[in-house]
Write a protein that binds this ligand. Structure first.
Ligand code: SAM
Length: 346
């Protein structure tokens, strides 16, 4: 049954459209600024983030505050917003004052979400054991396109090490992505969109796509549509390997996505023993080397990582091998033999 949650009425405020006019706030392309002005839509997004009452919420990139207003309606215990563009100071302060007038707490931080240290943003009293239910902390953002992929990779890394907002337990995130990126994040094995990002996201979280927001809903209108995704960190991740080595093997596998997966695996090794060690990886993992990259499950890749680690222990020098670096050297000396990279991702 859908329980109706009582929403808060903020003191009267100018509309976001009026505020953009009053403060002459023109969207800046270099900060991927595309604003949502439709309150029904921002409410719909926030409903997908689930209950916010009693929660500490961190919003990434509030801009003029459209989505922020919808968050405040659901009366979080505290809202913290991180925005890079200081031009939004008056509109955000107006919102913080309006929320304070009804005894709410909103903190504004002007910083870069890629650089900010989120360790001290939430109180330790909210921390829960990893295996418990999710903590009363949520991350929400209509993310700038130029930041969304590096940010989710950075945060998946933090989840794998239970750092930052994940020191408090399995903190949920509800974030927007370019539709195509969203489709990759949730793509199951055998799906045409399956790629490194799908595997990395699904190794540590359960990403769910809720709906697609048409580009026409934004001001200015971007070239693309946008997907809303929620990530809940898994109680037991689908790999126990360290993020970096798991990412490296996954990246190599998908660098030749049209070929058999062994083609990418072979590039983990120096040319002279590439074939032999590549075959050994599949033998150790009990996998067919003719499996296509998109067919591999997270568990299959986990086995390949175990095999790679085993080979690294036996032959530590192969850990120093860098496929890209070696190719560059080859391309300088034997221009005719340059292989064309098929890595089209990210
Ligand atoms: N939340 C607003 C909305 O939905 O209308 C604005 C969303 S807009 C797509 C992205 C916002 O992120 C902009 O306000 C932009 O200034 C901000 N932003 C861009 N890069 C950022 C960064 N590295 N750190 C924090 N905020 C950033």
């Amino acid at each position: 049954m859908n329980k109706k949650i009582a929403t808060l009425r903020l003191p009267p405020l100018p509309t976001i459209r009026e505020l953009l006019k009053i403060y002459k706030l023109r969207a800046m392309k270099q900060l991927s600024q595309n604003f949502l002005l439709n309150e029904n839509l921002t409410d719909k997004i926030i409903k997908k983030a689930g209950n916010l009452g009693e929660y500490h919420v961190l919003e990434i990139g509030p801009g003029p505050g459209g989505l922020t207003r919808s968050i405040l309606k659901y009366q979080p215990r505290k809202l913290i917003v991180v925005e890079k563009d200081k031009r939004f100071q008056p509109t955000l302060e107006m919102l913080a004052d309006a929320f304070a007038a009804v005894n709410g707490k909103m903190e504004i931080i002007f910083d870069d979400i890629m650089k900010i240290n989120l360790n001290n943003v939430f109180p330790m009293t909210e921390a829960k054991p990893w295996s418990d239910t999710t903590p009363k902390i949520k991350l929400i953002g209509n993310l700038p396109f130029n930041v969304s992929t590096p940010l989710i990779i950075k945060w998946l890394h933090a989840i794998s090490e239970k750092r930052g907002p994940w020191e408090f337990g399995r903190t949920r995130m509800t974030l927007t992505f370019q539709k195509e990126v969203g489709e990759r994040l949730v793509a199951p094995p055998k799906s045409i969109q399956r790629c490194r990002l799908s595997v990395m996201a699904q190794a540590w979280t359960c990403p769910v796509m809720h709906f697609v927001i048409p580009g026409t809903a934004f001001i200015p209108k971007p070239e693309v549509d946008v997907a809303l995704i929620t990530f809940v960190p898994l109680t037991v991740p689908r790999t126990q390997h360290e993020f970096k080595i798991f990412e490296k093997v996954t990246r190599h596998i998908f660098s030749f996505r049209q070929k058999y997966s062994i083609r990418g695996i072979e590039t983990l090794f120096p040319l002279e023993n590439r074939t032999e060690l590549g075959q050994m990886m599949y033998k150790l993992s009990d996998l067919n080397p003719e499996t296509r990259p998109i067919e591999l499950t997270v568990e299959n890749i986990d086995k390949l990582v175990s095999a790679y680690k085993y080979l690294l222990e036996k032959h530590p020098h192969i850990g120093l091998y860098e496929y890209r670096a070696s190719r560059r050297i080859v391309s300088l000396s034997h221009a005719k033999h340059i292989e064309v990279a098929e890595c089209t991702e990210l």
